[in-house]
Design a protein around this ligand. Structure first.
Ligand code: ZN
Length: 187
């Protein structure tokens, strides 16, 4: 890109993150977010993952859902990745960055992404119970707020949804075998 000056020095990028920059990049980056989601799954967390990408097409930060293990209700994948990206960029504004996440962000995450002035949100499956990028609320692209984020939803939707659905199915199975019934889970 002409006149591009990266906000993050390439030397500070996490090792092993290749530049992905071609026609199908949304799919590739959501695939990378899915890898993060699987890390959450291995730790017994709801499998949601995210990656933050700069305008050169480089992944600068990754995150996966970890509120249970970190005893932190804000430790959603998007917040984890956003904090890492901000620290690397040494900037609380991430105007030229995009975030890829396996599930439509919630109210908290969409609010944080608006505050960070993120350019675009690309997500996998829609969250019809609590999504804040159009499904239930529209925090990310609201006329009432002073920053609006472009939204692309439904990338690798089935893969992202089935990962979460299978997690809750397995958990419900465990609860039933342990004598517990009922579930308040949304997927
Ligand atoms: Zn969230």
């Amino acid at each position: 890109m002409k006149n591009f000056s990266p906000a993050v020095s390439p030397r500070s990028y996490p090792k092993g993150n290749k530049v992905i920059k071609h026609y199908n990049s949304d799919v590739e980056f959501v695939s990378e977010a899915l890898k993060e989601a699987r890390k959450a799954l291995k730790k017994g967390e709801v499998p949601v993952g995210a990656v933050v990408v700069d305008e050169s097409g480089k992944i600068v930060a990754r995150g996966h859902n970890s509120p249970v293990n970190s005893s932190d209700p804000t430790a959603h994948a998007e917040i984890v990745a956003l904090k890492k990206a901000s620290r690397l960029a040494r900037n609380y504004r991430l105007n030229n960055f995009e975030i890829y996440v396996t599930k439509e962000p919630c109210v908290m995450c969409a609010g944080a992404l608006v505050n960070a002035r993120v350019k675009r949100i690309i997500f996998g499956c829609y969250d019809t119970k609590s999504g804040a990028c159009g499904s239930v609320f529209n925090i990310a692209n609201s006329q009432k707020l002073n920053h609006r984020i472009k939204i692309t939803g439904g990338i690798l939707e089935d893969d992202c949804r089935s990962l979460i659905q299978n997690f809750f199915k397995a958990r419900r199975g465990k609860k039933i075998s342990g004598g517990e019934t009922g579930s308040t889970e949304v997927f």
